[in-house]
Design a protein around this ligand. Structure first.
Ligand code: C5P
Length: 398
């Protein structure tokens, strides 16, 4: 799918620049045309000669190269590509992009382009975690810039953590997705996530400890495979996945309405921790102590079961409906019973006893229950669980 595509590859100045050589090779193998641009700092890490040899063409280097400007102005250079890829995207390049600087060829091309831009950040862990970099990242994503990585791992500087550039093949996959490829291209997947808040009065509500981390990771993994994702989320503590269409709700009733409005979908995954009950006699005014020592009598009404409603909706039902089961005991038996009761296709079951640290934590240990039986997955980071599940969903929708 990359055959004939034109990639403008901006190589930033970081140790990960050597991986850009492999990236060029992988892109060329797939038939893409790669036009490389080296920043001055990048030339300290890779030579224009090796980059040019691999790309099989001219390497663009300095802004005021008069020959270049005569042959192809930098504005035109920025526009003839199908995608601009920045790899490695250093903290400095990201800051320049976020600030709209144009003081060298790379930053000028990025500012002048009307083509989409994909960045593969690579830097020291602390630089990545610095509020300034995170602020720049949020701004860039808000501007529609696509990202791949960084990954966790050992770094050239001897530290460990997020900051390693994504591997060349991951960048290739992200490029394919950005150009409309990916196994879920053309598919619509609905995801619910986060807790719900059920009001008691205008200032108080009933909630639960769901952070929304697993749902957000799943949304991101589905976007990465090319899906159009509608992400219906309660008030979660983690941000929603970039690239998804986000619908913010508070209550279970609002979540059901948002889900129904988002259908049809090819698949729907219900990762939200929906309150089973709402306060039937919620007060329109703040409840006050009346001095009698008596607590207000709250009455509860059952909330709609969104997963069961969609699973059993008949015509218009998504082809694949996936539910989650957070259990504290006899996980497998409860999950299998839940799958049958709700009428969904798969249940992703996990053990949320406090000792597991799963609720609100970064890891998850799940069992996937399908019509074919139960499959126990090892304990994995939530984003890895998400990637595996997204890949399974892509397989099921083939
Ligand atoms: O019945 P239980 O709450 O354990 O079921 C969990 C699964 O059902 C999750 O996938 C959750 O998102 C979904 N659910 C729902 N609407 C509800 C309750 C649960 O969609 N009211």
């Amino acid at each position: 799918m990359l055959a004939g595509k034109r990639i403008l590859l901006i190589i930033g100045g970081g140790i990960a620049a050597y991986k850009a050589l492999d990236l060029i090779r992988r892109l060329k193998e797939r038939g893409a045309a790669v036009t490389p641009v080296l920043t001055r700092a990048a030339e300290e890490f890779v030579t224009p000669l090796s980059v040019g040899a691999l790309a099989g063409g001219k390497v663009h280097r300095a802004l005021f190269d008069l020959t270049d400007e005569a042959e192809m102005g930098h504005i035109q250079l920025s526009r003839v590509a199908d995608l601009i890829v920045v790899a490695p995207a250093t903290a400095d390049l990201m800051a320049k992009m976020a600030g709209g600087h144009a003081d060298d060829l790379a930053s000028t091309l990025i500012l002048a382009t009307d083509t989409r831009v994909l960045i593969a950040p690579a830097m020291n862990v602390r630089m990545w975690q610095h509020p300034a970099t995170q602020r720049n990242l949020a701004m860039l994503r808000g501007d529609g810039v696509l990202t791949v990585g960084p990954n966790d791992g050992d770094m050239a500087c001897g530290e460990f953590g997020p900051g390693r550039m994504a591997e060349p093949l991951e960048i290739v996959a992200a490029i394919e997705t950005a150009l409309g490829g990916g196994p879920l291209a053309g598919r619509h997947v609905l995801v619910t996530s986060g807790p719900t808040h059920e009001p008691i009065d205008p200032v108080r509500y009933i909630a639960n400890r769901s952070s929304g981390a697993q749902g957000a990771a799943l949304g991101a993994a589905l976007v990465a495979l090319g899906a159009r994702v509608t992400f219906v989320t309660g008030p979660a503590t983690v941000p929603p996945p970039p690239g998804a269409h986000v619908v913010q709700v508070e209550t279970a009733a609002e979540m059901l309405a948002a889900v129904e409005a988002a259908l049809p979908a090819d698949a729907a995954v219900f990762a939200a921790a929906v309150a089973d009950w709402r306060v039937a006699n919620a007060s329109g005014a703040k409840l006050k102590k009346d001095g009698s020592g008596r607590a207000p009598a709250l009455e509860f009404a059952e909330n709609p079961d969104i997963l069961a409603t969609v699973s059993q909706m008949g015509p218009g039902r998504p082809r694949l409906v996936v539910g989650f089961a957070a259990e504290t005991d006899d996980v497998l038996a409860h999950a299998s019973a839940k799958r049958a009761r709700k009428g969904c296709d798969w249940i992703v079951a996990n053990d949320v006893r406090p000792a597991t640290g799963i609720m609100g934590g970064t890891e998850n240990e799940v069992t996937l229950v399908t019509a074919d039986g139960a499959e126990a997955w090892p304990r994995l980071r939530k984003d890895e669980v998400a990637r595996r599940l997204a890949a399974r969903i892509a397989g099921a929708l083939q």
